[in-house]
Design a protein around this ligand. Structure first.
Ligand code: ATP
Ligand code: MG
Length: 361
């Protein structure tokens, strides 16, 4: 899969940008705060229907404008798709694929598969669990519409249960009705737990091999799923923690508290790994993501690398570039010389300045 063309109007500081991409490597180069990340963010928005930087859609619209518009053309073998995103300050966002309105975001997933690797991903291992859950969910939603639906339902039920817990604090009689939300929370929660377990197992298997390669077979990486509660104990524990949940007005167990751990030679890299080991583990997880999409969807995703190359050492940079040879890559960076030397091959260079993009010879 590859992006052919992108046009961006009034998105962040990009006023009016049109880009034709190379099918291999595309490098966006420029000083800080010129619009490089915003280009990747606009692509991310077209692929997932949201920004990776904010959950407030309107904040991506240019300060001086009321609307933003994105349009991307995607090739996948013989299929040519167009995605349109329309953002308005006072209305809900509108998304269309091949001029057909997307009513549920789930319908958008899969039209453009992307894997984004941003500087914050390098701290995937040492960040809090919510960052790792986001990593899981984003990937799994792109891969499975069923997962996306179950996740949405789970969070809807969770919100309603939490509201009821707060109401019970004021009116104890409402306790009787809690079972309604409990049974739905368990129903969707178990689906998420099963799905996540399977996904983490497959990503772990792939990342293990990649990691062996990077570390010259010296270290073993295992990614393990750490559910907040096992599926066969979910019901029992919801009852056990009921009083506590009512006291705090929030649900203390369930997939919304899940985590994953990165074990290097059996030890959790979060607590024992060096910064380099943590970054390598994160890199392996990201590379495994690409392979999973290739296997399950029979197409290679577009890889978005936001300023991460400069954060990796020489060996890891070369390893990464070697592995993604057959993928379309969109790279942002502030210095080009070193990167160009390493990428070799088919590169298109773009210069980004003050929200405008020009192609370099
Ligand atoms: N809604 C908005 N309207 C206009 N400008 C915005 C908006 N949101 C952010 N900006 C500005 O857009 C500019 C480009 O940001 P971006 O993150 O794309 O820069 P960058 O080129 O990736 O820089 P860096 O190299 O520092 O990562 C910044 O100056 C930012 O303040
Ligand atoms: Mg940036």
């Amino acid at each position: 899969m590859r992006i052919d063309k992108l046009s961006v109007d009034n998105f962040r500081n990009l006023k009016n940008v049109y880009i034709e991409f190379n099918k291999n490597i595309n490098i966006f180069y420029g000083d800080n705060a010129q619009g490089k990340t915003s280009i990747l963010e606009s692509i991310y928005f077209c692929a997932t229907g949201r920004s990776h930087k904010t959950h407030i859609d309107k904040s991506v619209i240019n300060f001086d404008e009321n609307e933003a518009h994105l349009q991307v053309f995607v090739y996948d073998d013989t299929i040519y798709d167009k995605i349109d995103v329309h953002l308005k300050k006072d209305l809900k966002k509108g998304i269309a694929v091949n001029n057909m309105t997307v009513r549920k975001i789930g319908e958008l997933f899969g039209v453009l598969h992307i894997v984004l690797f941003a500087p914050e991903d390098l701290s995937l291992v040492k960040s809090g669990p919510s960052v790792r859950r986001k990593f899981l969910d984003l990937e799994m939603c792109q891969l499975s519409k069923i997962y996306y639906y179950d996740l949405k339902q789970y969070y809807k039920v969770l919100k309603q249960r939490n509201n009821l817990l707060k109401d019970i604090q004021k009116n104890n009689e409402l306790r009787e009705t809690l079972f309604v939300w409990d049974s739905q929370l368990i129903e969707f929660g178990i689906k998420l737990i099963r799905h996540r377990k399977k996904f983490v197992e497959s990503i772990s298997k792939i990342a293990y091999v990649i990691h062996k390669d990077i570390t010259g077979k010296k270290e073993c990486l295992d990614i393990v799923y750490k559910p907040s509660v096992f599926e066969n104990e979910f019901e029992k524990k919801l009852v056990k923690y009921r009083d506590k949940d009512i006291f705090y007005g929030s649900t203390s167990i369930g997939p919304h508290k899940d985590d994953i751990a990165f074990l290097i030679n059996g030890f959790d890299a979060k607590d024992y790994g060096s910064q380099g080991q943590q970054r390598t583990a994160a890199l392996c997880a990201k590379l495994a993501e690409i392979e999973i999409i290739e296997k399950e969807k029979n197409t290679s995703p577009v890889l978005l690398l936001d300023d991460v190359l400069s954060e990796l050492d020489e060996k890891r940079q070369s390893f990464l570039l070697e592995r993604i040879k057959d993928t379309q890559v969109i790279i942002t960076c502030t210095g080009i010389e070193e990167i160009i030397k390493k990428t070799g091959g088919n590169v298109r260079l773009f210069f980004v300045e003050n929200g405008t993009v020009s192609i370099l010879p």
